[in-house]
Design a protein around this ligand. Sequence first.
Ligand code: C2E
Ligand code: MG
Ligand code: MG
Length: 737
Amino acid sequence: MDGQFAFSEEQHPDAAVEDVWRVLAVDDDGDFQRATASVLRDIELLGGRVELIQAFSCSEAEKLLANYKDIALVMFDVVMETEEAGLRLIKYLREEIDNSHTRVVLLTGDPDISPAPDVMRDYDINDYWAKSELKAERLLTVLAAAVRGYAQLRAVAKARRGLQRIVESSNTLFTCKNLPELAGRILTEIAQLISQPVDALVCMRREDTTVSSPIEADVVGASGRFGRYINTTLSTLDDLSVVKTLQQCFATQLTQRLPNGAVMFFPRLQAGADYACYIRCERGLDDTELELLNVFSTSISRGLFNVAMFSRLENMAYQDDLLKIPNRNALIRTLDVTLHSPAKAKQVLIDIDNFSGANTAFGTGYGDFILGLVAKKLRDAFNSEVFVARVRDDVFAILGPQKRVCAAEIVALFRKPKRPYELGQVNSLSSVTMHLDDFNGSARVALQDALLTLKQAKHLGQDQHSVYDPGLQSAHAEAYRLLLALRDAVEAGQISVELQPQIDMRSGRVTGVEALARWRKADGSMVAPLSFIPLAEATGYILPLGDLLMRLSLRAAKKLADAGYPHIRVAVNVSAPQLLQHDFIERFSSHLLMTGVLPTQVEVEITESVAMRSFDTVCEKLSALRAMGVEVAIDDFGTGFSSLSYLQLLPADRLKIDRSFVMEIGATNDQQMIAEAVIQIASRVGMQVIAEGVETQQQADWMLRHSCWHAQGYLFAKPMECSELLTWLGALEKRSA
Ligand code: C2E
Ligand code: MG
Ligand code: MG
């Protein structure tokens, strides 16, 4: 056992425990009884007083033996009422009342009669004496030996019971999952172990106490007269001697015996933190009890360690590392309980608008700062009835009773129009409200569906507030079916690419084509890429699908080159999960090699939001592509939140003005302004610019007027299969020739 746990022998004020040694003398011989009584009067042995009980017949003795379980020694005449009386009494003692501790000395009036050796052995009879030989001095010697034997047997039995108890209670200690429960259990078990009620304290040393300040500790368990101190601190105890004893225990790191109890120390190494347990009882503890406590302390340490580890794991699993508030797992656990309770409840998810943009533009430190402010504001706004968790990134959940949780009020918390430029101000956020009483799915699905609704809402722009529609559950199932169908479509070769020309409007020449995914079902109907690409992205299926699309696009590029158009660049759309694969560049190169396409004939298109996410990694990948000769275009430009400084650092060749801005040309001034701004930004950062979705001559003219020379759109051509494109290109050449 660890030396730390040894009971210090220095403090040993009065280990003596008040004991009474009961001696039962059974004899019908009055003279013998009187003589015995006079010898044993006022005798003390091994720290205990000798008390004589007398019986004059076997039946009287049986009654006394049944009543007093703690008789140390019984002396009796073999021959009493009957020849067999002595034998009957010993059988009664050992077999009927199952007493194996009481020592037995047989007496006889006749020195020639001795009991059979097997009786001596079988009934554990210690001594055999002729009464005539048992003079005062000898009687005392016999008595001392018997009492010592009895005390030892009793100690062993107590130790065995104690050890059994320790084994059993250790198991219950290990099932405790929190400190208050464990501390309570430890105190109950200690009281049981030493068979008396205790006034006790379990304290955990505070880590933050400095060297100079007095040692402080939290009272994590308390019983008896200390009961009221639970959850307070050591220094609030009114009994200063107890405070001092515990402080000393923490300082010396030693377990000590006390006049009426003990103070036990459990070191951090074994218990996860420094703990001390103060035990005060009605009487002093004997050596066996101290030894048992010593043994039990190992179990206590392990129990404390387990609880510490469990709470650390629990924190890891259920607490957000950054914000120290419940995380997604904790939300699901609470949602699960809520969904199973009849109380009307609601959950609101909020998402900070433009958070990832701000994060990229001003750094993650700033992003963390904002998240901290949001978490604090939410926590301060609600009492414990309402559960606030961070779901992921900048999405928070507020879950609670219908009456307490209201999206409009939450949004209002963040509306501070007076000081819109205050640091860390969240100017806008979007939300989704979900009424949980009409939801019949699991907690996980409830969260997933709420997130999906939130995502859809955010597609519409900023400051979006929607209410979850239970019909979405079927949309969910629909999405799942679609994903399975997509997998089958890949296998059945139903996925292809079409190519849409990109034109230099000054010359009318085709400079490039964009490869666009197509899914043609067996019945000839088409599935739009906007319904299956995001699904594939969300589920990770985009990795194999993207690989396929890349191969198909490069094969088309090869066909173009072979048909005499090696200068027509083929643009391939690449999603975030694809680009961020650690071996993306290797994969891309091997596709180029396999199809025999030159890197200079290829362009990679990534959307603006992807470009601004994981900025450093994205830049690294794009630089590697450009180093190979591959060009890079930023798709859907104008829809994100790119800061100019970041854009300047982005290794890209061209910006694609999003179709939504092109569409508005001629309609409203605002959107025109965005298109103009994009063109200016592109020229500032030295990138080419191309307009997407040009459908009218008016839009094309506008672009030319604003020095945007390149365009892609139905005005020039729709996306076409490769063979169709070759025919189209042939016709175009003929016309311009
Ligand atoms: P995107 O990359 O911005 O592609 C341009 C979209 O605009 C294409 O839609 C194209 O058909 C459409 N478009 C082009 N000109 C016009 C026009 O004048 N008017 C109108 N109304 N639309 C025009 P599509 O093919 O439906 O693709 C939609 C989106 O799906 C793409 O937007 C892209 O984000 C994604 N996508 C398509 N193919 C792939 C692919 O192979 N890989 C990945 N990752 N995404 C793809
Ligand atoms: Mg594109
Ligand atoms: Mg686009």
